[in-house]
Design a protein around this ligand. Structure first.
Ligand SMILES: [Zn+2]
Length: 677
């Protein structure tokens, strides 16, 4: 029975989907003796809650729970696992199953239940009320409190952990309460919202970029604008809308985007004669005008860029900065007379992208080319910079620079007279497009930040330094207190004058300790503490956000020393991230070692044949666990298949006769594979 029908039968009213939190309902089978009747464990939790096996085992008092196989779910609940929902639990199950409910689900919230075929949103009180009405005992679980590195350790700890965590939450309301390595998605959400970078919005998949993140974007814009303008690229703005006829002109291209295109079908109360699409990217928006403007070879090259937003209505789980329905980016579109010119530019832009990551964001990347399967739809070839997120062991595409070849110019009729004479055939322009989005901010945050909050690299941080007066107590004389405050303000002014983005925190309703935590949460690169001793010694104490390393800097040396400290901080962040990437990029020659290496949070360089079927086979085969047992217990990510990330420009030496890691045919290069975002 479809989910909506089930809920209607249970007389549960649906509520608006807006603002409803996605949930998951999972059935686990604990390890039991072969002859015993199994007691399934049902877990109802927020989609974002990690439900590690250890925590489930501890809360339900069972051993080694694993996701139940289809036949067990069918036998117990009469539905397939993909159609299983809380509505599948009935009075019949009282005393026969264990029911764990995520404490994050509350009576006051609204929740989206979904199965493969249906979705419905209901009020928290109805969800909990219904589960109670079945007579099945509800075991509430605080999954955020369960550190579960191993099932055994988790079983011991989970029983005591929740109380402790609640206390910590009360004592330090502003701090991050989730551990980066135990619950990465929860941690990421907390540092972004508590660090005031981003806020959630009531249209799912859309987010608000607050000044702290927009400032990072503006630094990137300044940096990139300088470089592309030096190459002769000009900024411009094209409309947000594109007609269906034009959008669908290039077939491969639209096929790549079709499922994600958002359409405007109505204005006020009247239906539009023809629906209008919102650009998912602007190739088809711009190229009819390229055809109009480019008449002679003297009109080439044409190099335009837009700083805009595009919309891709994805249904995969949204993630701030990484996967959002609307996002900011720049998209450059250029047309050239020759392939060589186009090719040269593709690589120049790729260098600029690598430089944004490495020189601004302190994030190491690998440059390379995408495989045919992963290249831009309708393009000739795609180059990319690829990053690595150590906490999850997943690769992430950083930015792409495409050579479109002459494919689009043929579709849109972008042609010029042959410079060699009117008797020679006309030439189709060679085109490129290249884009970098606000995803860069997410990558930067995931790599550098920690359990205290954000860590923002100094070159892009909204503020690079905060000055905080310290050591003022009840015993401090009024004169001394004034001198400390004035001194701190002088320091702030001196830094600003030297071009350092400084801010002073003179709020007198907070203690210095509270302020330290607050600015640590926001990720400011350094703080300058100025107190009675500093006043005496005419110096200031500088503390780095990333590692709490301290310096004493004479007030006279501020304008020379602080830039040096900020620079060193940038290099240290980069070195740490690079070491993590370098040690988790491993060469694998044999398929037997491939999945274990992936599971050890690596990205992999393997000799590869270059064939698309083989790439698909690698993805499918690496999605399964080695032992081909029941699926990985936790979220789907750990057992997700490996995609090709890129064919790195820098290659290990390919020895004569090397075979493809998967199919055994002749290898043509080393390709980087990994689980990815
Ligand atoms: Zn192969």
């Amino acid at each position: 029975m479809a989910l909506e029908a089930s809920l209607a039968q249970l007389s549960i009213a649906q509520v608006s989907a807006e603002g409803a939190s996605a949930t998951k309902t999972l059935v686990f089978k604990p390890k039991t003796a072969k002859t015993a009747v199994p007691v399934p464990v049902v877990v109802v939790a927020l989609q974002t809650t990690q439900t590690p096996a250890g925590a489930i085992a501890a809360a339900a008092g069972v051993k080694e729970p694993r996701l139940a196989k289809e036949d067990l779910v069918q036998e117990f609940f009469g539905v397939a696992p993909k159609e299983f929902s809380p509505a599948s639990i009935t009075k019949e199950h009282a005393g026969k199953i264990k029911l764990l409910v995520d404490q994050a689900i509350t009576e006051t919230g609204a929740y989206e239940l979904s199965t493969e075929s249906a979705k419905a949103s209901i009020a928290g009180k109805d969800l909990i009320g219904y589960l109670q009405s079945t007579g099945v005992e509800i075991i509430p679980v605080d999954f955020s409190a369960a550190p579960a590195p191993t099932p055994a350790a988790a079983a011991k700890k989970a029983a005591t952990a929740p109380k402790k965590n609640d206390a910590a939450l009360d004592a330090k309301l502003i701090g991050v309460t989730v551990d980066k390595f135990l619950d990465f998605p929860g941690w990421y959400q907390q540092i972004l919202t508590k660090g005031e970078m981003l806020d959630y919005y009531d249209v799912s998949g859309c987010y608000i970029m607050r000044p702290a993140s927009y400032a990072v974007w503006e630094e990137i814009q300044d940096f990139f604008n300088k470089r592309i303008k030096a190459m002769g690229v000009k900024n411009c703005a094209f409309p947000l809308f594109v007609s269906q006829r034009v959008l669908e002109k290039e077939k491969d291209h639209i096929e790549g985007f079709a499922p994600e295109v958002a359409w405007v079908t109505r204005a006020g109360s009247s239906e539009l004669d023809e629906p209008i699409a919102i650009r998912p990217t602007s190739e088809t928006v711009m190229y009819p005008y390229y055809a109009k403007w480019i008449q002679s070879h003297r009109d080439l090259p044409l190099k335009l860029n837009q700083w805009n937003s595009v919309v891709r209505w994805e249904f995969k789980h949204p993630q701030p900065f990484l996967r959002t329905r609307e996002f900011l980016w720049q998209e450059g579109h250029t047309a050239h007379l020759t392939f060589d010119e186009a090719n040269e530019e593709v690589l120049q832009i790729l260098d600029h992208y690598a430089s944004i990551y490495q020189d601004l964001l302190a994030v190491p990347v690998i440059k390379g080319k995408k495989t045919e399967k992963e290249k831009f739809a309708g393009g000739y070839f795609t180059t990319t910079v690829e990053g690595y997120i150590p906490a999850t062991g997943r690769g992430i595409q950083g930015a792409t620079s495409h050579c479109l070849g002459q494919n689009f110019s043929k579709m849109f009729n972008i042609v010029v007279e042959n410079p060699e004479g009117p008797d020679k055939p006309k030439l189709h322009a060679w085109q490129n497009s290249w884009g970098l989005s606000t995803r860069v901010i997410g990558v930067m945050v995931m790599i550098h930040s920690d359990n205290k909050g954000l860590v923002i690299p100094p070159r892009v941080s909204q503020y690079q330094a905060v000055v905080i007066p310290v050591g003022i107590t009840a015993k401090t004389t009024e004169e001394q207190a004034r001198a400390i405050k004035e001194g701190a303000k002088d320091i702030e002014a001196t830094l600003k004058k030297a071009g350092i983005r400084a801010i002073g925190d003179y709020r007198d309703n907070y203690s210095p300790g509270w302020k330290f935590s607050d600015w640590e949460l926001k990720g400011l690169p350094i703080r300058l503490e100025f107190g009675p001793k500093d006043l005496e010694k005419k110096s200031v104490t500088v503390v780095r956000r990333n590692d709490s390393k301290k310096y004493n800097v004479a007030l006279d040396d501020l304008t020379t020393e602080i830039p040096k400290i900020l620079d060193q901080l940038h290099h240290d962040l980069f070195a740490k991230a690079k070491e993590a990437f370098d040690t988790h990029r491993v060469v694998v020659e044999n398929w037997d070692d491939f999945v274990p290496a992936l599971n050890a949070k690596n990205v992999i360089l393997s000799p590869w044949c270059g064939e698309m079927e083989c790439e698909e086979d690698i993805k499918d085969s690496s999605a399964k666990r080695n032992d081909d047992e029941e699926e990985e217990v936790d979220e789907k990510a750990p057992s997700m298949g490996a995609k090709s990330l890129c064919i790195p420009f820098e290659q290990p030496e390919l020895k004569e006769g090397t075979k493809c890691v998967k199919c055994g045919k002749k290898a043509i290069n080393y390709t980087m594979f990994g689980r990815s975002y």
